[in-house]
Design a protein around this ligand. Structure first.
Ligand SMILES: [Zn+2]
Length: 169
């Protein structure tokens, strides 16, 4: 009973966040944000398990983080963070897991999903410098580079870019 009640409470709280961020169908968005929090925690738990680490962030911690961050500017691209069809909020380790960063309330920050993809494994301070530069560019140049970064990082990681470059040579 408690669990159900609290989930309903969170839907209402997130519906308010969506409404404050001037999104239509706030109630539906509220439900989707609850699901998004569940999915983020489940991904973090899997990642922790895979790297022999304990996930020290609870579902409620995640929901609280979401509520606090919702509608606020993403620290990298400065766009307001919302759950939409094309973007959402994603957990990012401030100190990367690869450098021993833990999955704790203090070390997890919500950034927009697009920036999370753009950032990939780039160290936060380097990515920040890159984004500070890109954010000063005219909108058209900025959009073009950001769109490329969004797909490029993942392809590069899988070696697709390198493989394609080799094939083309
Ligand atoms: Zn962003």
């Amino acid at each position: 009973m408690n669990r159900k009640t609290s989930k309903q409470d969170w839907i209402a709280r997130f519906a308010k966040c969506a409404k404050d961020a001037r999104q239509p169908h706030a109630e539906t968005v509220g439900k989707k944000i609850v699901d998004r929090c569940g999915a983020m925690i489940s991904t973090l738990r899997t990642r922790c398990k895979d790297s022999g680490q304990e996930c020290l962030l609870s579902l409620d911690d995640m929901r609280a983080k979401m509520e606090a961050a919702y509608g606020k500017p993403c620290r990298y691209c400065l766009d307001p963070m919302k759950h939409t069809k094309t973007n959402s909020l994603s957990p990012d380790h401030i100190v990367p897991m690869a450098d021993g960063g833990e999955t704790t309330e203090e070390n997890i920050e919500l950034i927009c999903t697009k920036c999370n993809r753009r950032k990939d494994t780039i160290a936060p301070e380097r990515f920040q410098r890159l984004m500070d530069e890109v954010n000063r560019w005219p909108l058209r140049d900025r959009s073009s580079v950001l769109a490329r970064l969004s797909v490029g990082g993942m392809h590069f990681k899988r070696g697709t870019v390198a493989a394609k470059a080799k094939g083309a040579a």
